[in-house]
Design a protein around this ligand. Structure first.
Ligand code: URA
Length: 211
């Protein structure tokens, strides 16, 4: 893996002892590992709380996230807050939310493979420091980049599934529709509702969230 960051800065970043240190260092790194650096306003690391055992991963920041410097604070994020609140999960208190890429793709396009690959070490470090027992993959981009075996698939077949990935031992994964998909296609809502009920049962069985 090649890094544009100077070695010293890279060591400081990846040597961060705590999640909070890592977040501060990444947000202030001025990373230029991919072209998204040219158009972003800020590096958007996350929203919520690490250490609860629950993490969700979306695609990348949109306009509002880029402006506020926090993940899922726009329309899709507000809908996700409501979906999770329906099963008693407060997205700020009970879970951590991050994205495959930390900088807004222009026009909110899907991040390219090279952009996602450049950013993945940051997400992996986030996962290892936050140490979630369950990781919710929001939408196809998140599933595609976390599970390299997934190439051609339909979200209708994947949403609602639980699975394990060898690269992340001891963590459970679940796929949900991306909340933005629900904004465009209200017919997905009943399925999403059923999936979050399943998620809630799983969280209860796993004793999550941790305080
Ligand atoms: N969509 C995402 O995937 N992530 C965000 O942070 C906002 C919208």
């Amino acid at each position: 893996m090649q890094f544009d960051l100077f070695d010293e800065q890279r060591n400081l970043l990846f040597g961060a002892p705590t999640y909070a240190d890592f977040k501060d260092r990444l947000a202030g790194s001025g990373c230029t590992k991919c072209g998204l650096a040219e158009s972003r306003q800020q590096i958007v690391v996350d929203r919520g709380r690490p250490g609860t055992g629950i993490m969700a991963i979306g695609e990348g920041p949109g306009a509002e996230e880029d402006r506020q410097g926090a993940a899922f604070v726009g329309k899709a994020g507000k809908l996700f807050d409501k979906v999770m609140a329906s099963v008693g999960i407060d997205t700020n208190r009970d879970m951590l939310i991050a994205n495959v890429v930390k900088c807004r793709p222009p026009e909110n396009r899907t991040p390219g493979k090279a952009e996602a690959q450049a950013c993945l070490p940051f997400l992996e470090k986030q996962i290892s420091l936050a140490n979630p027992a369950i990781i919710i993959l929001l939408g196809a981009t998140s599933l595609r980049h976390l599970d390299p075996e997934k190439k051609d698939f339909a979200m209708a077949d994947e949403a609602g599934k639980f699975f394990a990935l060898p690269a992340y031992p001891d963590r459970r994964f679940m796929v949900l529709y991306h909340p933005a998909a629900l904004l465009y296609n209200a017919r997905l809502k009943p399925d999403m509702w059923a999936h979050v009920q399943d998620l809630k049962r799983e969280l209860d069985a796993m004793g999550l969230p941790r305080n």
